[in-house]
Design a protein around this ligand. Structure first.
Ligand SMILES: Nc1ncnc2c1ncn2[C@@H]1O[C@H](COP(=O)(O)OP(=O)(O)O)[C@@H](O)[C@H]1O
Ligand SMILES: [Mg+2]
Length: 352
């Protein structure tokens, strides 16, 4: 089911949280609304769900205008961060509850509940109560309950936030598997870029109630429209240096760092003050534009090691390296930047 937000606007009293948002979610796609706390992700999701009334604009499911119809009539399945299961009911009763409300026949409810429990891999838990389940199992029950009505749309608000790291990893791929098996259109609200990148076909990244970029995960990582987007995606994060474009190079005056730039960018922007973004995988020992600094922090992450290198002016560059290096904190190093992969932004934050 295609979802269309057409100039969607939402205010709470005098505070306008979302101002004329336009968003099209394709049929069968899973999209992430990604952004920091308070940027309006849940508000947008609640409006799609029908929990919130909108203050302006329209919401369409397919060609149908659903702006003024209730949540029940929209046929949406919702999973929240708190699983919100009924503690006194068994798993089977929890999952079947939306069908019972609709007064479906008992036998039919039983059949549908068993079908969905099989898909979500919780057949053996049907007679337990939520208190007897692990967090991951509770999450599967919440998902089954959201899906049992065969909703047109699946809405997920930070569904993994209450799970520990191992379960989060498992449920990431499980939710994606179920979404793909059912072909349901899904919206995932998250502040976690790894979740958004790994689970979704596209990401809409939000800042202060606005969508600042919407594209496929890899494209957003490689081609961010702004320093905000570049800084949001990637762990460890991208590092920025401030400087100026002079005679074909990026120059950072206080340290003397200079990096050759492509001729077209350099010529068109000669003399301009810019911010250069360097991802940790592109700051490495070996070839490239060399930068001197002192190792200020080392974090062994198992397969890889993260190094922070402090430049003389206090700026930090990050380097993520696969092979073990004998470098210690306090050592002076001179590592290279792969200038083909640096990202250049104007002082307004927009990509040049
Ligand atoms: N029911 C509400 N009443 C008043 N303000 C609200 C309400 N819900 C959300 N807000 C405000 O709207 C903004 C966006 O909130 P929300 O959509 O929950 O953000 P997110 O989910 O991205 O963290 C915040 O400033 C929040 O305080
Ligand atoms: Mg929220």
């Amino acid at each position: 089911m295609r979802i269309l937000l057409d100039n969607f606007t939402k205010s709470f009293g005098k505070l306008t949280v979302i101002d004329q948002m336009n968003l099209e979610i394709h049929d069968g796609e899973m999209i992430a609304l990604l952004g920091g706390s308070g940027c309006g992700k849940s508000t947008t999701l609640f409006a799609i769900c029908g929990i919130h009334k909108v203050n302006g604009g329209r919401i369409l499911f397919g060609d149908k205008d659903v702006t003024n119809i209730t949540s029940q009539e929209r046929n949406v399945g919702v999973v929240f961060q708190s699983f919100a299961l009924y503690p006194h009911m068994t798993v089977e009763q929890n999952i079947g509850f939306p069908l019972k409300l609709r007064k479906e026949p008992v036998e039919q409810i039983k059949r549908k509940v068993h079908e969905i429990a099989e898909m979500v891999h919780i057949e053996v838990l049907l007679h337990r109560r939520p208190g007897e389940l692990s967090g991951g199992q509770q999450q599967r029950v919440a998902l089954a309950r959201a899906l049992v009505r065969r909703p047109d749309v699946l809405l997920l608000d930070e569904p993994l936030a209450n799970l520990d790291a191992t379960l989060r990893l498992e449920m990431r791929s499980e939710i994606r598997r179920i979404q793909q098996e059912t072909g349901i259109t899904a919206v995932l609200v998250t502040h976690d870029q790894v979740e958004a990148m790994s689970m979704c076909d596209r990401i809409a990244i939000m800042d202060e109630g606005k969508i600042v970029q919407i594209t496929e995960p890899r494209d957003m990582y490689v081609n961010p429209v702004s320093d905000f987007v570049a800084g949001f995606l990637g762990s460890p994060p991208i590092a920025f240096l401030e400087g100026r474009i002079e005679d074909g190079k990026f120059v950072e005056p206080s340290t003397g760092v200079h990096m050759p730039l492509s001729a077209d960018v350099a010529t068109a922007n000669n003399g301009r003050e810019v911010r250069v973004g360097i991802r940790p995988e592109y700051f490495q020992p070996g070839n490239g534009a060399m930068i001197k600094g002192r190792v200020s922090f080392i974090e062994a992450q198992g397969r890889e090691t993260l190094y922070n290198v402090m430049l003389p002016d206090g700026n930090i560059l990050r380097s993520i390296q696969g092979s073990h290096s004998p470098v210690k904190i306090g050592d002076d190093v001179e590592w290279g930047v792969d200038t083909a992969h640096i990202l250049i932004f104007g002082q307004d934050g927009l990509r040049i």
